[in-house]
Write a protein that binds this ligand. Sequence first.
Ligand SMILES: N[C@@H](CCC(=O)N[C@@H](CS)C(=O)NCC(=O)O)C(=O)O
Length: 231
Amino acid sequence: MEKESEVVFLGSWFISYCTRVRLALEIKGIQYEYIEQDLTNKSQELVNYNPVHKKVPVLVHKGKPIVESIVILGYVDDCWKYSHKLFPEEPYERAKVRFWINYYDQKSNGRQKTTVTPKPTFQKLWGPNYKAIEESNELLKVLEEGIARDFPKRSPFLNGENPGILDILIGSSACNVEAFNEAIGGRDLILEKYQCLYELVIALKNIPMMKQFLPIDHDLVAKIRKKFNLN
Ligand SMILES: N[C@@H](CCC(=O)N[C@@H](CS)C(=O)NCC(=O)O)C(=O)O
């Protein structure tokens, strides 16, 4: 595939891993061409660019692919170093942010759908894993306490006025919680319980640019219902 654009982003609109990358590109003011991917019928370019995992997101910069959302975010922050920084410069702040990125990604991987699903629906879809919701609440509780402790000067984002990498990570999936709740008709996870996380999500949703790039709630609701036969 020959692309004229310097930056090409292969993503799927409803995947929060992709939302992370899109928000980061927008916040940093990077121009890019967006190519929506159909994950039920993967394109040859997706397979070629990500032969190991064959997953989105993929960023292609000057013809070279970069895969894995966190790797992509680190790469764009290194390459476009003069626009708004996603990672803090100060080593200790950076280390704390990295710690919570790892924690969030390891613990939340694949959990979002189970977090917001009422037990009977969840059992039908994913088997009798009674602990999913409890585990998710525990994850959020630990995260909430960690954020309060490690980022005491939040205003409103963890490292200041503009969202950084951790805000983007947490926000891009947490912003979907209401849509998941609506799609599935349950409210097992009440984000409002977690004050720091809740404030962060609201602040992110209120940035005018974000309204354009976060998935629209009613589209997401329809997508989830279709995906899990919940109509
Ligand atoms: N660790 C990866 C996860 C990406 C990922 O899981 N992508 C999924 C969408 S949720 C995908 O492309 N799935 C296609 C498939 O598995 O066939 C990242 O952070 O980028």
